[in-house]
Design a protein around this ligand. Structure first.
Ligand SMILES: NC(=O)c1ccc[n+]([C@@H]2O[C@H](COP(=O)([O-])OP(=O)(O)OC[C@H]3O[C@@H](n4cnc5c(N)ncnc54)[C@H](OP(=O)(O)O)[C@@H]3O)[C@@H](O)[C@H]2O)c1
Length: 212
């Protein structure tokens, strides 16, 4: 299946491309800068397409069977970009996927996005934006999975995690392990229409998914 990846040039996105290189899926990496193309293809992208989440991405998505959204405005932009990218960019992509008949949508959200008002004050705006995107996806009618990682690190992944489907558990997780989770979710039927948190733990990713 061709999988459209928003945020492919990001830190999780790059790990995901590497994980996907050995999978049965073809990664279509959306990038904003054509110079990023060759490196992402070397990492594992089957193809790259130009696009921007603040604009219409329908042509870039054509022919894909699933979407993975792992984009984000990052910590170095103002609060308005969090709304433009993490919230409205995700919402626009959900609506475009639905309009184009792309039924599977995997969204990287954040630990704490379930109850933004309970998060630390400095994170509340970000968590609310994530929450709003999550709620839009849940109501979209698409086959969704919302993955809420804890604090991301650049440590090597261990392949072992703790997943929580209900109450949110706080902790850390290497980006490489989040990428492994995203790929495993793609191939796992029991993640349809599910929301779960994930942090580092003791359970192999595939096993953790079967226990959700
Ligand atoms: N930091 C944490 O502890 C934490 C915790 C939980 C969840 N998360 C979430 O995890 C996700 C990914 O994290 P990460 O560390 O991999 O992020 P990252 O390295 O900052 O990558 C973000 C990606 O989003 C892309 N992007 C930004 N604006 C865009 C736009 N308008 N159109 C298209 N692409 C755009 C960037 O593109 P360029 O490469 O072109 O700039 C980049 O590739 C985010 O959704 C973040 O909110 C983070």
């Amino acid at each position: 299946m061709h999988v459209f990846i928003a945020g492919a040039n990001g830190k999780i996105g790059r790990h995901l491309l590497q994980e996907m290189a050995d999978s049965d899926h073809e990664a279509r990496a959306m990038i904003r800068d054509p110079d990023q193309g060759p490196e992402l293809q070397q990492l594992g992208a089957t193809e790259t397409v130009l696009g921007d989440l603040e604009q219409d991405c329908s042509e870039a998505m054509r022919g894909c069977g699933a979407v993975i959204f792992t984009a984000g405005s990052g910590p170095h932009t103002g609060p308005e970009k969090t709304v433009d990218v993490d919230q409205d960019g995700a919402i626009r992509l959900v609506d475009t996927a639905r309009a184009m008949g792309i039924k599977r949508f995997i969204l990287v959200s954040s630990m704490g996005a379930g109850e933004p008002e309970k998060g630390p004050e400095k994170l509340r705006h970000y968590l609310q934006a994530k929450h709003n995107a999550d709620e839009h996806l849940k109501a979209s009618g698409l086959n969704y999975t919302i993955v809420r990682p804890g604090q991301l690190t650049n440590d090597n992944g261990t392949g072992k995690v703790t997943m929580t489907a209900g109450a949110e558990e706080f902790g850390k997780i290497p980006r490489q392990d989040v990428a492994r989770v995203l790929l495993a979710v793609l191939d796992s039927d029991n993640t349809a229409n599910r929301v779960f948190g994930v942090v580092s733990g003791d359970t192999p990713v595939a096993e953790a998914l079967t226990k959700l």
